[in-house]
Design a protein around this ligand. Structure first.
Ligand SMILES: Cc1ncc(COP(=O)(O)O)c(C=O)c1O
Length: 372
């Protein structure tokens, strides 16, 4: 019997065409908006580019295999979240979101769903397992949460939500399917902003949604087709290209993040630090149970806005940016947006693919400079 290959191997081959003599190893993007279409439309593979596209199909095939559920791609992570919420939640339904997750998902729900009769409940990540889900239609959470990295037991939460008749969706952006498999853990839907680690090169905005239940995914696909919220072929092709090195990049980034977190947590300038890979972290036990790596994001408090800003401006190894998951180490002071309830000095650091000795040296030098 053929043994099951590691997902890190599958990611290299995902969605790549079967070998055919004289055919390209990897297909190029298809830019057509229009396809030859005469007579009976049912049997035409591609009819019009808002409905389907061969470049989408290749990436969706690969992501479906990796997620363990059928996948629909979107032009951004927020388009993926909006597709889930707009197609599966209606007036009169109750929607539960984390009070401390990515702010734009909350903002979308409060701006566009609350006025249309959806009861939006915001629950702190650490209280999700104690919440009463009676009459809740949908729960869309992040684990680890962004930016404070609290981890929720997906199996336990899915049992609770399902017992009450609801649907559980996981935003898996911070780990990707190589770090956590939401569908295998019992969630109904797995989504991600592929803008981050999955593409990994900070050059594309993208997202996807996966589900095992075909009725859910067909509804989401229909929403994409009718709302016209479709990804471009070039972006799709670039994400597929980035996907092949996801395991390789994550191996470097997560191993380096562990070393950086171990250095930072000992440092006198760091007041508070979260990284699920540290045995001292409140999330460590559950992270070890359900995650295959501990991620590349570290959140730490440098006590004040002034010290955090000085660190960010003087740390030569990192770029200041409001993103994460790319090959470049980047960081920001999260409170600068005024959207997250976090300390003024909280830095969210995304460890990249540079050599770890240079990352450690750059950070240590900038921290030493805070004492001047
Ligand atoms: C956890 C999470 N989900 C969704 C999004 C939205 O993704 P995008 O910026 O691609 O719309 C982000 C963006 O930062 C995110 O961090």
């Amino acid at each position: 019997m053929k043994s099951k290959q590691h997902i890190g191997t599958s990611v290299v081959h995902a969605g790549v065409p079967a070998p055919e003599q004289g055919h390209p190893f990897v297909e190029s993007p298809t830019f057509a908006s229009t396809y030859h279409l005469s007579g009976d439309t049912e049997n035409a593979q591609h009819q019009y580019a808002r409905f389907s596209n061969p470049t989408w199909q290749a990436l969706e095939t690969g992501l479906s295999e990796l997620e363990g559920g059928e996948t629909v791609i979107f032009p951004s992570g927020m388009a993926a979240a909006a597709a889930i919420l707009s197609s599966l939640v209606s007036s009169g339904d109750t929607l539960v979101l984390p009070a401390d997750g990515y702010f734009a998902t909350r903002a979308y729900a409060l701006e566009f769903l609350t006025p249309n009769g959806v009861n939006v409940q915001l629950v702190p990540t650490l209280e999700l397992l104690d919440f009463d889900y009676t009459h809740v239609r949908m729960v869309l959470i992040e684990t680890p949460s962004n930016p404070l990295l609290d981890v929720v037991d997906i199996s336990a939460l899915s049992a609770k939500v399902h017992a009450a008749g609801g649907l559980l969706a996981i935003d898996n952006t911070t780990l990707t399917m190589l770090g956590q498999q939401p569908l295998a853990l019992g969630a109904d839907i797995s989504m991600a902003a592929d803008t981050k680690a999955l593409n990994g090169h900070s050059d594309v905005v993208f997202g996807h949604v996966s589900a095992k239940d075909t009725t859910l995914i067909e509804r989401i696909r229909l929403w994409r087709k009718l709302a016209g919220n479709i990804p471009g072929p070039m972006e799709t092709w670039l994400v597929h290209r980035g996907l092949a090195t996801l395991d390789l990049r994550l191996e470097r980034m997560t191993a380096s993040a562990q070393q950086v977190a171990e250095m930072l947590v000992q440092h006198s300038a760091v007041k508070y630090l979260r990284y699920p890979g540290l045995t001292s972290d409140p999330s460590h036990a559950i992270a070890q149970k359900q995650m295959d790596h501990f991620g590349f994001i570290i959140s730490f408090d440098l006590s004040s806005q002034a010290l955090a800003d000085k660190f960010l401006q003087t740390c030569s190894i990192l770029f200041e940016a409001t993103s994460f998951g790319g090959v470049h180490t980047m960081a920001e002071r999260r409170a600068r947006w005024g959207t997250d309830d976090v300390p003024e000095g909280l830095v969210r650091l995304s460890v990249g693919c540079e050599r770890v000795e240079d990352i450690l040296a750059g950070i240590e030098k900038a921290l030493a400079g805070l004492e001047d």
